[in-house]
Design a protein around this ligand. Structure first.
Ligand code: AMP
Length: 282
């Protein structure tokens, strides 16, 4: 694996290897890598000629300064995991590479409805920050394939929209969420949970599975209330528990069919914010 810290060196390398006919796979991350991230690298290894991973903890996507301060950084372990996975290139930019000055943080993206709901509603400014960094990284790496995780489903939809405007032929692959045996979605933030909290955190996914089983045509308010209070009793503070149309994340209040839906949840367990989702079909 080759590690680049500067855009100009990465670009020089791409020029040297004559990237024109190569498929370049890209996995942007914020580090503190786990096996979920590695499945994206492995997918890229299978489907492209060169797998590029970036690690950059993007300050402007944190609406909560404490969350940014506490975001886990495990760079040595990350490099080892990437080496083992067969990742070809790691891009590890410093802040100035991404935001040379304050003006670089000021661009506004027209995200529309997707910015007003779910994560957008509870994390104001978050998706503007995500778009800023993703646009910059796509311009630097110029991948042919972009690998994202379903775990951040709303983010994937937004990046799809954004990427369509920047790179016309970019292929976007959304990979399933990798989970612990307990069902807990792997996440860098899980590093901040104790073993006991991890057991409780697994109840989020178990609730999603149970909601999926209990979904039936008609009003869904009672179902949402039942699981919200069940999770609250376990110690969660729920930001949202919603059922939406997968394609556009339009939140629904009643349903006629269970096809093409997604159940999404965000909740704090003590001061760690966790998100998860589950697709519902048929
Ligand atoms: P992050 O470093 O958390 O910003 O995540 C980087 C990428 O990895 C995003 O596309 C995430 O959706 C994806 N990802 C995070 N957790 C998982 C997981 N458990 N399984 C698969 N992909 C994941």
């Amino acid at each position: 694996m080759i590690l680049f810290k500067h855009t100009k060196d990465l670009r020089f390398h791409f020029k040297k290897i004559k990237r024109k006919d190569l498929r370049i796979g890209f996995v942007p991350t914020m580090g503190a890598l786990h096996r979920g991230h590695i499945t994206l690298i492995e997918k890229s290894k299978k489907e492209t000629d060169i797998a590029v991973c970036s690690i950059y903890v993007n300050p402007v996507q944190f609406n909560n300064p404490e969350d940014y301060k506490n975001y886990p950084v495990t760079i040595e372990a990350d490099i080892l995991m990437l080496e083992k996975s067969g990742c070809d290139i790691l891009f590890l930019p410093g802040g100035k590479e991404i935001y040379p000055d304050e003006n670089a943080k000021k661009k506004h993206f027209d995200i529309g409805y997707l910015e007003t709901i779910l994560e957008g509603k509870y994390r104001p400014g978050h998706f503007q920050g995500v778009c800023l960094v993703v646009e910059k990284l796509l311009q630097i790496v110029e991948p042919t394939h972009l690998f994202l995780g379903q775990k951040d489903f709303q983010q994937s939809l937004i990046i799809k929209k954004l990427a369509g405007l920047i790179c016309k032929n970019l292929k976007i692959i959304i990979a399933p969420t990798l989970r612990e045996p307990s069902g807990l979605a792997m996440s860098s933030r899980n590093l901040r949970l104790t073993d006991e909290e991890k057991d409780i955190a697994a109840e989020l996914y178990k609730s999603l599975v149970q909601i999926k089983k209990e979904l039936a045509p008609g009003e869904i308010l009672a179902l949402k209330k039942k699981f919200t209070s069940k999770l609250e009793d376990l110690g969660f503070k729920i930001d949202y528990l919603e059922i939406a149309i997968t394609e556009n994340l339009e939140i629904i209040e009643s349903l006629t069919s269970t096809d093409g839906l997604i159940i999404l949840v965000a909740a704090f367990l003590n001061n760690v914010r966790l998100i998860d989702n589950l697709l519902v079909t048929g």
